[in-house]
Design a protein around this ligand. Structure first.
Ligand code: CTP
Length: 139
């Protein structure tokens, strides 16, 4: 069985996420998502709209995702790869020019998948805030 793993925050689950997960799952037979915890996001200066439990619940409902594990820090990847006998680590192409993950090639294959244009959690959050302020202005 070919095991694939990918990591991320997956806040306000959107079609960019779904397409990434679909293509990642198609690379193998079992897809694990390392989902950034709220505490880990805090260390990255990121606050998600939905908390970890809600983000996990949504990912677990997807047919492309077989298992969700917490991503608590940058250093856990080699341990995860060994524990789950991972064949391929998939990252979004946003990381392609970074050498942060290069060292993981000694543990498994490393594949970058292109991002979907025109959508991100940040964009959605911005739109939600704009909508909220429009509503407040009309009350
Ligand atoms: N992703 C993608 N296409 C997008 C947005 C995200 O393929 N339009 C991928 C990322 O490359 C990553 C995974 O989805 O592999 C999770 O990304 P995440 O950072 O959680 O999503 P973003 O929407 O990019 O969130 P943010 O705006 O907070 O960076």
């Amino acid at each position: 069985m070919k095991v694939i793993i990918t990591y991320g925050t997956f806040d306000l689950l959107h079609y960019g996420h779904i397409r990434l997960l679909k293509r990642a799952r198609e690379l193998g037979d079992y897809l694990i998502v390392g989902l950034s915890t709220d505490e880990f996001n805090e260390t990255k200066g990121k606050t998600s709209y939905y908390n970890y439990e809600i983000r996990k619940e949504m990912l677990e409902a997807l047919k492309y995702v077989d298992k969700v594990i917490p991503e608590k820090n940058w250093e856990q990847k080699p341990g995860d790869i060994q524990k789950y006998k991972v064949d391929t680590l998939v990252m979004g192409s946003d990381w392609e020019n970074s050498d942060r993950f290069t060292y993981l090639q000694e543990y498994c294959n490393l594949t970058f998948l292109s991002r979907t244009h025109g959508i991100s959690s940040t964009l959605l959050k911005g739109n939600l805030i704009k909508e909220e302020s429009k509503e407040t202005a009309t009350v």
